[in-house]
Ligand binder design. Structure first.
Ligand code: NDP
Length: 458
């Protein structure tokens, strides 16, 4: 039997050591889930919805304890853990309100004794391999609609969010989702790989492009349905007609919230040269104001990085940028304290050849590049293999829409960024993913259509 330890990224202390699953135990869990799913699917939709309603109540009642668990293992500042839990309630509300209508049988034709119906059947047993950065959001985008639709879920939280994953399982079970219908699978990447090799009916993955590719390859071998929510290198363009201070405040938050560890964090900024000096000055001022420190402190805005290994990635991006002519306008190094802390870093004089403008940083670091006009901004924003989100700050909505309609990204932001809505489809293009979650389409994603052709006799 193998074990793995959960580390507190702010201190390096071991929080708990847990028994990991094995390729054999994962297969046993799949067999349990198969049996559990047939009974779950047979329950009326309203009963499944009521279980999720009780789950919502459990989360709301237990918010403080849950926020503390996440902060202890992910290092997310406690105020931001609470924000995530509040956001989770809104997402669950959306699914509670929309599922019945979305999952109802649809009559598409009735004529002369012939009726045509579309029924949305559950996929069966789905695997949910999840990321650590927003464990409540990215998990619930999958398991809430999957369960409501009548699926059983094998839930593999990231090893860095294992305690949060266990707390979610406990809350679901206490709310009436049977233990054989939502089954946590624990362990590191190798167990994730074992899960993606299972003969399940769908694999729903959230994580990096590199791992997502491996999962897609495994799913391809068995022709299993696969959905991937992957990373981004999300650009924002600051046009020449905005208030530089307001734009700096919005985009600095978008870049540095959760220490930049958001899939839709602002990762590249392009600023019109006419406003660049004033914007950069205001941006640096804003970032200087961010409080870095102990994530359990209510006033902390930037905590440690969750994974220590990411510190070296940031150092390499900075070294590459400096060597190619960039200026470190703020920060630029690890902080000399226990835990995985990196100073909030702003690089100027960057360009599209630098890794900081090409590869996901996933840390408190941003490059700001000057552009001469909207045309150059569009070209720079599209100069990427990713396509999750893109934003434009301008007073002129028509100008923003003109620019954003030419950018190949799943979400388009005008005067906002780093934002997800349960009512809208969340999808990445190219290296940012396959398929979608959220919105009514994100409920149907956990179903397969059955086409009924019904002819009345005589
Ligand atoms: P990883 O790709 O490292 O891991 C994601 C999950 O896959 C974890 O549960 C991990 O387990 C597991 N895993 C690791 N190796 C394998 C493997 N070979 N086969 C199957 N599963 C495996 O991503 P992170 O957890 O570090 O998350 C950060 C990434 O997620 C960023 O790129 C971010 O942009 C992206 N993301 C995308 C979102 C979106 O909606 N588009 C939302 C949130 C994050 P373990 O952690 O235990 O190794």
């Amino acid at each position: 039997m193998s074990t793995f330890s959960i580390e507190n990224p702010a201190t390096g202390a071991t929080l708990r050591t847990l028994e990991a699953d094995s390729p054999e135990s994962v297969k046993t869990k799949l067999a349990r889930a198969r049996a559990g799913q047939s009974a779950w699917r047979a329950r009326p939709l309203r009963e499944r919805i009521e279980a999720i309603r009780r789950f919502r109540g459990a989360i709301e009642r237990d918010k403080e304890r849950l926020a503390a668990i996440t902060t202890s293992e992910v290092g997310k500042p406690i105020a931001q853990s609470r924000n995530e839990l509040n956001g989770l309630l809104g997402r669950v509300d959306f699914f509670l309100a929309e599922s019945e209508r979305t999952l109802a049988r649809e009559e598409v034709m009735a004529d002369g004794g012939m009726v045509e119906l579309i029924e949305h059947e559950p996929l069966g047993v789905v695997a949910n391999i999840s990321a650590w950065n927003y464990p409540y959001f990215v998990g619930s985008n999958v398991f809430v609609p999957a369960l409501i639709a009548g699926n059983a879920v094998l839930y593999k939280p990231s090893e860095h969010a294992t305690l949060t994953g266990l707390a979610l399982a406990e809350a679901l079970h206490a709310s009436g989702v049977p233990e054989d219908v939502f089954i946590p699978i624990l362990g590191a990447g190798a167990i994730g790989a074992a899960v993606s090799d299972l003969p399940v009916d769908g694999i729903f993955f959230t994580g990096s492009y590199a791992t997502g590719r491996k999962v897609a390859e495994a799913a391809g071998r068995s022709m299993t349905r696969v959905q991937l929510e992957l990373g981004g290198k999300d650009p924002v363009y600051i046009a020449d007609d905005v208030d530089p201070k307001a734009a700096a405040a919005g985009t600095a938050d978008g870049a540095f919230y959760n220490a930049g560890q958001s899939c839709c964090a602002v990762e590249r900024i392009y600023v019109h040269e006419a406003i660049a000096d004033r914007f950069i000055e205001a941006f640096i001022e804003e970032v200087r104001g961010f409080k870095v420190g102990d994530p359990t402190d209510d006033t902390t805005y930037i905590g440690p990085l969750t994974r220590g290994a990411q510190l070296a990635v940031l150092e390499a991006q900075i070294a590459d940028a400096k060597q190619k002519g960039a200026t470190v306008a703020l920060g630029g190094a690890r902080l000399a304290r226990p835990g995985h802390y990196f100073a909030p870093t702003v690089l100027t004089g960057v360009n599209g050849t630098m890794s900081v403008m090409r590869e996901e940083s996933f840390g408190p670091i941003i490059g700001i590049q000057r552009v001469k006009d909207d045309e150059q901004a569009v070209a720079a924003m599209n100069d990427t293999e990713y396509g999750l989100t893109a934003g434009v700050y301008t007073k002129d909505r028509a100008r923003a829409e003109r620019i954003l309609s030419r950018v190949d990204a799943g979400s388009a932001y005008w005067n906002c960024c780093d934002r997800v809505s349960p009512r809208l489809p969340w999808s990445g293009r190219r290296h940012s993913g396959l398929g979608l979650t959220l919105s009514r389409y994100g409920i149907l994603a956990f179903t397969k259509p059955k086409a009924w052709h019904l002819r009345s006799p005589g």
